[in-house]
Design a protein around this ligand. Sequence first.
Ligand SMILES: [Zn+2]
Length: 112
Amino acid sequence: MGIVYCASCEGKVSDMLDVCPHCGHPLSAAGIDKVLAAKSPPPAIVPPEVQTIEKTSKTWKGAQLISVAVAVIGLMTAFSSDPAALAVGTTMFMFGIVMFIVFKIIAWWHHG
Ligand SMILES: [Zn+2]
């Protein structure tokens, strides 16, 4: 058992130790592992991540609802008595359907 000097604080440290008792600087490969283990966040970090995924999924579900609403409004506009509304309504309906499919794929992607 000998005495070495810590590379970080230059304090006297036993060469049997993995981590400097003065400043916590790792003195060996095992010490580096200990310091990293102490610094790494606890496993409790997982639940917020799950919540984020659910939130994202809800956002895309909301987007799907909006796109359906756009398609329905477009359909109603297309069937109104005004002939000029037919083109606008059809475009809105097509746009709503395409958006719905796109958002459904995105929502599925976030779920999978
Ligand atoms: Zn030290």
